[in-house]
Each structure stands twice: as C-alpha cells, then as structure tokens.
Design a protein around this ligand. Sequence first.
Ligand code: SF4
Length: 434
Amino acid sequence: MRNYATQMEAARKGIVTEELKKVAEKEQMLVEELLPLVAKGKAVICANKNHACIDPEGVGSMLRTKINVNLGVSRDCKDYDIEMRKVMEAVHMGAHSIMDLSSHGDTIPFRRKLTAECPAMIGTVPVYDSVIHYQRDLDTLSAKDFIDVIRLHAKDGVDFVTLHCGITRKTIDQIRNHKRKMNIVSRGGSLVFAWMCMTGEENPFYEYYDEILDICREYDVTISLGDACRPGCLADATDVCQMEELIRLGELTKRAWEKDVQVMVEGPGHMPLDQIAANMKVQQSICQGAPFYVLGPLVTDIAPGYDHITAAIGGAAAAAAGAAFLCYVTPAEHLALPNIEDVKQGIIASKIAAHAADIAKGVRGARDIDDQMADARRTLDWEAQWACALDPETAKAIRDDRSPEHDDTCSMCGKFCAVRSMNKALAGEHIDIL
Ligand code: SF4
C-alpha cells in the first residue's frame, strides 16, 4: 500500500520508491543524489500509478537528456496495430517517451493499449483529444468537458499531459497588438486561444488549475506546461508573448509543487542559435530549475525537408545549456505526417543531439561509448564499431555497399589508411602503399 501520492511527495518524505531506485541505477547515480532532485522538482519521474508496465525514466538537466517521439492514429493512418508497431520500433530505437497525438476516431483503445504494452513514458495533449472525444465543435465544449478528458487520460495511465495553462485573456490582446509574424504555432495553444476568442471565457486550464492539480496528484500525472506562445519563426523568438507566458509558467510551477505535483516546462520553438543558451538560463531561473522540454529549437526557418537537422543543432545547444528533454523533429516537419523513415531520421537526429549535449555537460558515463568507439576505430575492429554505433544497420550497409580493397581499412582512403599506417609504423612494420 503506497503511502504517498506522487514521486515528488515520496521524495519529500524520504521514501525511496522502486521507480526512483531504477532511475538512479540507469543514471549511474546514488539514490541519495537523485532523491533531493526529485523532492525539489529539478528532476521528474513521470510514472502514472496506472501505467503498470512502465520502465521508469527520470527527466532533469543533471540526468541523461531524454527524447520524445510523437505518434498516434490519424485519419490517414488509423490502424491501431500499425501505429503500435511504430511505437515499439521507436522505443527500440531509443525513444524515452511517446506522445499519443491521436486525432481520429475513438482514441480510448489506442491510449489504453499504449499504457498496457508500452514501457516508455506516455504523454498526451488533452485539449486535442477533447474535440475528438466528444465529436463536437470546439466552442460547444465547456471547461468541465476539458477537465473530464484530463481525468480520463489520468485514469488510463498517461504519465504526463501537456496543458496550455500559461495563456490568458491578456494573451489575446498581446497577440493582436504585438503583431508576431507567426502568431501562435502550438496546435494545443491555438485551440485554447480560439476557444477563449469564441466563448469570451478565461482559459479553463488556467482558471481551474487547482482542480487539475488534484487530478494529477491522485494519479501521479506530471504536468508538462505547454508553451502556447513558443516562437514559430526566428523573428518571434524571445518576444514579449513568449516571455510573458514563461513568467506565468513559473508561477504555475510553484503552485503545482505546493501540491507535490511534478512539472516540466515546455520551450521553443524556432530560435536563432545565439539566443538558445540565454533562453535556457532564463527558464531555469523563472521556473526554479523545473526540467525544460524543448520542441527543437529550430535554428533556421529555411530548411523544410531537413528540419530534423535544424532541430538537432538547436537541441544540442539547448540541452548543453540545461534543457532536459528533446521532442524529436522529423524531415517532414512543416510539410506532412511523418512516415516510418521520417520517424527513424527524427529519432536518430534527436539522439545525436541529446548525446552530444550529455558529453558537453559532463553527464556521468555519457562519453564512455565514444571512447570505446575510438578504441574500435584505432584497432580497425569493425564489429566493435557496429556495437558502439547509434545506427549500426546504416553504418554497416554503407561499408558493405562500397567494399574496401583491404578488409581491415575502408574504401575512403584504401591503402592510404592513416589508422593502418600509424598502427604499422608504431609496431615497426613495413607500410606497403604502392
Ligand atoms: S581508410 Fe581512411 S576513413 Fe577508412 S578507416 Fe582508414 S583512415 Fe579511416
């Protein structure tokens, strides 16, 4: 019988939960090191008490950077089994969480399948699901309808929910007066904004925040405070709308912690490279170290088809400066629903960004695998190189496709292989180039 409601409450009471023990082991940390981070909200363990098969992960800037993959059934891809296969493939490739952004049909069975079978953290955006769940136009939904959907997701075992609590009626004037180039590009944020415009009422996720906190506390659902005003282009980065919302997210973080509810804060967006580190510092200061979950940041607006790369550059810079969680971006961003190859490219790009950042910020044990790769390259041990590679299949396929003249080298330099020459020279052997 658990005598705590949330992982945060347990940590504050000094209770070492099974989940905390597992996370500490994965992070090569002592439980005594992790426990105060969870107690203070600097790390979260998103583990709904109804998600029985979860293999828990921690999210926090001192921990390994985690990556999220967005999937879900849609009008164009409505087969639960196919989508579930994509989910398990994403987890196999290293996704730490799956956000179920289902937008078609009855979303309950797929969500329940996820929390029954998927060991990764499961996140949702209840405002998207509200329209689908009730099959009614947005302006006919009431605040109670939205809150009931949050409760339904919590009961179904969802580990974290994105809630756009930080925009208010004041934001409507700000967006109108400030004249952003891209207004609001957050899907959930635009729905909340539109609902406020159509009904004339206050943001229900802000107005009934205390009620929402009670639900999240009961099931241990982590709130991911959505950034409705995240910049959708470089010109809108770090503007009044983004900063004003961030300040409110800081206040909401504090209110959640007063009820032992775990919180992450979502962030940009599109942002010039030189503004990223400063944004991470400002967030950490305003939200008192709550884990930052970034959607990119995309460092240029002109690379459709390659936005997994623009996001990986920004994601690496953001995570090195303190972001804890990267939402993957695929080459299909801004263009279409990603296919399976896009999903793979997005995951690999995010993993590279996360890993590069972990090395830069000195996360324990992060560089060990790179050092093993260097040893494997020096000894021209190709099997050992595949074992260290992020995507061994692709690496092996490229080598096999362009076979070398000599088995120990590769076709890049052939007999001029610097590694082979150095090994032979240092061993006092003759080097045959011609
Ligand atoms: S041939 Fe060139 S690229 Fe290939 S292993 Fe040797 S030094 Fe490296």
